[in-house]
Write a protein that binds this ligand. Structure first.
Ligand code: ITT
Length: 208
């Protein structure tokens, strides 16, 4: 029997890391987080798309550690704000801001707006140390609330209302959110072919 494949989850966002671990729990992978591998340099995230940033994070981490890495680049795009905050979702209220600060800023920008349409987008990149990568994308449509509602999840969850379930993401359990979210959708696609992804990883890794 083959040993479980080691994969580093290349994120410094605890909320994301928890969701990713719960989404991949049934697979024979030895999932490590960045905190398990010791300090590594910060990756430069300067892409113009979720796709570019996900690839930058996954390929940098895989190269530097010599093991496969999975990265998620995601964010919220708001129609009335011309797609903002988009790839700047994490930095929307400045470098040291909290999730609360970002939600507050978004609600302020949306004051007086009747078009509340928004979508969460997520791109997952799985990269091996030689630099090649696989990419998966997912999206979830919803609306921006007029105030923060709910205490679960992370990031913009309290201001993202999902009409089919009549709740914000922050009012959902992790399992409920995973069933409908942008990240949940991407992982369902990835999971459908995960056995092939594991074979691909084995083929790409240098033979010892
Ligand atoms: P890493 O790059 O280390 O993974 P990050 O938080 O900087 O962490 P991103 O650059 O992908 O990650 O920024 C995504 C931001 O979008 C994140 O900080 C949240 O504010 C928001 N976001 C993404 N997915 C979300 C979700 O499921 N619920 C709420 N907010 C989310």
């Amino acid at each position: 029997m083959q040993k479980p494949v080691k994969i580093v989850i290349a994120t410094r966002n605890q909320g994301k890391a928890l969701e990713i671990k719960s989404l991949l729990k049934e697979f024979a992978v030895d999932m490590m987080s960045l905190s398990d591998v010791g300090p590594i340099p910060e990756v430069e995230e300067n892409g113009k798309t979720f796709d570019e940033n996900a690839y930058q994070k996954a390929s940098f981490t895989a190269r530097i550690l010599g093991i496969p890495a999975l990265a998620d680049d995601s964010g919220l795009t708001v129609e009335a704000l011309g797609g903002a905050p988009g790839v700047y979702s994490a930095r929307y209220a400045g470098e040291n801001a909290t999730d609360e600060d970002r939600c507050r800023k978004l609600l302020k920008e949306m004051e007086g707006q009747n078009n509340r349409k928004a979508a969460f987008e997520c791109v997952i990149s799985v990269a091996v140390p030689n630099g090649v990568a696989l990419t998966y994308e997912g999206r979830c449509d919803g609306e921006i609330t007029r105030s923060s509602v709910g205490a679960n999840g992370f990031g913009y969850d309290p201001v993202f209302y999902y009409p089919p379930m009549g709740k914000t993401f922050a009012e959902m359990t992790t399992e409920e959110k995973n069933q409908v979210s942008h990240r949940g959708k991407v992982f369902r696609e990835l999971k459908n072919e995960f056995d092939k992804v594991l074979v691909w990883i084995h083929q790409q890794m240098p033979k010892k």
